[in-house]
Write a protein that binds this ligand. Structure first.
Ligand SMILES: Cc1cc2nc3c(=O)[nH]c(=O)nc-3n(C[C@H](O)[C@H](O)[C@H](O)COP(=O)(O)OP(=O)(O)OC[C@H]3O[C@@H](n4cnc5c(N)ncnc54)[C@H](O)[C@@H]3O)c2cc1C
Ligand code: FES
Ligand code: FES
Length: 508
């Protein structure tokens, strides 16, 4: 039996039973609810004009985070609360002057808006930042402000006044968010949703000949996978959403894994960090950076933008398997594994064996990627990953590299090098690895490895970079790795990281 899509918006529960499961949250807000404060710019998660805040339960806690409404399929907000720019100002009381929220007041005082098209998106990203820091009773650093705004583009005001507003909003009289009230409301909604579904049935929504499955357990998801292998698996939708908005594809059957608690956990098992496939990118990188702060923090900051990382998952990045995805090079260099499950059982394989060719994966029609297993730090291993793109934030890699060496008694015992953007899949550099194996980690070995690297790949020229650029920078990145990890006088992070200056430092 088809359920309705149920969510809270502007204080009341909405039940949708006739919208196509391919309809985006943005389309629904603007065209059906006529809530036109939320804007559409790019319809692909790139500009932030459509930013809204979702509130949802996560392990019994209320979580609020900014996402791009333009690429969120409407059924994915089932059981959640949606907040748009219309929600931010306190309700107007009769006979009183209009009140603004500190986010709005600060933007006004700091002249943070000109044409105003981008402003609702900035307001929502700033509001999400405000809620997080109000709840924790902290103030954001400049780096945290820049990160929170990494998904918002402004073409006329410039970012300085907007960043100033982000500081100013915490100096104004505080506005409280009814946290406990929303926690209770969403708990009640969840109870109602669970009560309405027959036991052992996978809840689903159908309309206009299309079906959207919301499995609550891994078992339900695997059963749908077995019975309906043509269903498109949907995690955060930051790739799949664009198939709808940009490629205008009709996704007739969708299997959404975002409500399966078993796939949202991170745990340490046998010296591996086991990350569920539905863990979002921010949570996954946060956990990984606890173990690899030096190696992964910049990659975390530079992966897409805050709203994309709030929605998108590490599992989706791996399963999508784009040759220019940012997680696969370092995952492969570290020797990460993936676990695949079906009703027939479970298997585990090295991530590098998962990719068979361009957009081809070793994933059977009834299988689901359930976990990514990342080795924890091991003695004598040195590794780095680097992303080359035209912008610091919110850009796709032209070349993405990862280098890992095990060095003991002055010689290289193991070398693992992986590049993205250089071949049809994320691919190891076997010739360069051979040139490093058993050698001392010195400049002679480096030069031999750089020469060998030239024979490892035949990269393409495209809009992001030419073949020559890719070849040259691949060698330069290997040289950078050497400069950072050479036994004598390795360069410090400050000496190497040209981006460190504008993003560092406390504001207050
Ligand atoms: C504006 C923007 C910027 C981006 N920037 C970057 C970037 O800097 N670096 C980068 O690497 N990527 C980037 N991406 C791509 C995207 O955000 C990532 O690939 C993200 O990790 C995808 O995760 P998702 O949960 O949204 O996947 P989805 O879109 O839900 O799914 C992606 C693919 O994986 C499949 N899939 C998902 N989960 C599973 C599973 N458990 N088992 C089997 N198949 C599954 C889906 O069917 C689909 O084919 C960007 C995207 C946008 C829109
Ligand atoms: S409209 Fe540009 S990010 Fe959504
Ligand atoms: S104020 Fe015009 S785009 Fe930002």
């Amino acid at each position: 039996m088809s359920e309705a899509i149920r969510f809270y918006y502007r204080g009341s529960e909405h039940a949708v039973s006739d919208a196509s499961p391919n309809r985006t949250l943005l389309q629904y807000l603007r065209e059906d609810l006529h809530a036109c404060g939320t804007k559409e710019g790019c319809a692909e998660g790139d500009c932030g004009a459509c930013t809204v805040v979702l509130a949802q339960l996560d392990n019994g806690e209320l979580q609020t985070h900014a996402v791009n409404a333009c690429i969120q399929l409407l059924p994915s907000v089932h059981g959640k609360a949606v907040f748009s720019v219309e929600d931010v100002a306190p309700p107007r009381c009769a006979g009183q002057e209009r009140q603004l929220h500190p986010v709005q007041q600060a933007l006004l005082e700091c002249h943070g808006s000109q044409c105003g098209f981008c402003t609702p998106g900035f307001v929502m990203s700033l509001w999400a930042l405000y809620l997080t820091h109000q709840a924790a009773q902290t103030r954001p650093t400049r780096a945290q402000i820049c990160d929170a705004l990494s998904g918002n583009l402004c073409r006329c005001t410039g970012y300085k006044p907007i960043i100033e507003a982000a500081v100013r909003m915490f100096e104004l009289p505080a506005a409280e968010f009814p946290h406990q009230q929303w926690l209770a409301t969403l708990q009640q909604l969840q109870q109602k949703l669970h009560a309405s579904v027959a036991p052992d049935t996978c809840p689903s929504y159908s309309a206009q000949g299309q079906v959207f499955y919301w499995p609550q357990t891994l078992q339900q998801a695997l059963q749908v996978r077995a019975s309906t292998p043509q269903a498109t698996i949907l995690a955060g939708g930051t790739d799949v959403g664009l198939w709808v908005t940009k490629q205008l594809r009709d996704l007739n059957t969708l299997l959404y894994i975002g409500q399966i608690a078993q796939l949202q956990q991170i745990q340490t098992v046998d010296a591996m960090l086991e990350i569920g496939a539905a863990v979002n990118l921010n949570e996954a990188y946060h956990a990984l950076c606890q173990h690899y702060p030096r190696e992964l923090t910049e990659m975390w900051q530079r992966f897409a933008s805050m709203p994309v990382r709030n929605a998108g998952t590490l599992g989706g990045n791996v399963a999508n398997g784009s040759p220019i995805g940012d997680s696969m090079p370092w995952l492969i260099a570290l020797g990460a594994q993936v676990r695949l499950q079906s009703v027939r059982g479970s298997r585990q394989l090295a991530l590098e064996d998962f990719y068979l060719g361009y957009q081809q994966k070793d994933l059977q029609a009834d299988e689901l990627l359930t976990h990514i297993l990342v080795p924890l730090p091991r003695p004598n291993w040195h590794w780095r990953t680097y992303k080359l793109a035209k912008r610091f934030d919110q850009d796709i890699s032209a070349v993405c590299a990862a280098f890992a060496l095990e060095i003991a008694d002055g010689s290289i015992l193991n070398a693992r090098i992986t590049f993205g953007g250089m071949a049809a899949t994320p691919k190891r550099a076997m010739a360069a690895e051979c040139a490093l194996q058993g050698q001392a980690w010195d400049e002679t070995t480096l030069n031999a490895a750089c020469l060998a690297l030239a024979s490892d790949y035949a990269p393409l020229s495209d809009m992001r970079a030419s073949q020559d650029y890719r070849r040259n920078t691949a060698q330069n990145l290997l040289r950078r790795f050497w400069l950072e990890t050479r036994p004598h006088a390795p360069l410090t992070q400050e000496q190497i990281n040209v981006f460190a200056q504008p993003h560092s430092g406390e504001i207050a």
